[in-house]
Design a protein around this ligand. Structure first.
Ligand SMILES: [Zn+2]
Ligand SMILES: [Zn+2]
Length: 147
């Protein structure tokens, strides 16, 4: 008897929980839909957001077109935020990629990559490599880092 009661109680808890979840979901989508429809109305009213036909006639976007564009923007934004981390030229510690004069000349990393043999003693303090100015390696190396 006790066992059944407990099971029943558990089931009740579970179902309320599920109901609540459903309810939140419903509310979320309701608000979402409301926002979409609202912005669609605003957009349709705005002359700047109308599609122009080949003949120059402006037509209103349909709800489907609008939703598609919105979804694409949302997905696009999500993908954009997941892009690989861009190394900063100035890192968190505040150290920057300043050029320094090394005591001994060695092959420029940029020139080596380009298949040139070029020894220089100037380089990057942060990266601890030699990079020449003559072939713009100092600039190119760090520009690549930012891309
Ligand atoms: Zn170089
Ligand atoms: Zn550097």
């Amino acid at each position: 008897m006790f066992g059944v009661d407990l099971a029943d109680q558990k089931r009740m808890q579970y179902s309320t929980c599920r109901k609540a979840k459903k309810w939140y979901k419903y509310l979320f989508w309701f608000c979402f839909d409301l926002a979409v429809v609202n912005s669609l109305i605003c957009m349709q009213e705005s002359p700047n957001h109308q599609i122009k036909t080949k003949k120059g006639k402006s037509i209103k976007k349909t709800q489907l077109q609008f939703r598609m564009a919105l979804a694409q923007q949302m997905i696009g934004g999500y993908r954009g935020s997941r892009k690989r981390k861009i190394p900063s030229v100035v890192d968190n510690c505040g150290s920057a990629h300043w050029p320094i004069q090394f005591p001994k000349p060695s092959r420029c990393k940029g020139c080596t990559k380009a298949g040139r043999r070029h020894e220089v003693s100037i380089g990057c303090r942060e990266c601890n490599i030699t990079l020449c100015i003559k072939h713009d390696c100092f600039y190119k190396y760090h520009k690549e880092m930012l891309e």
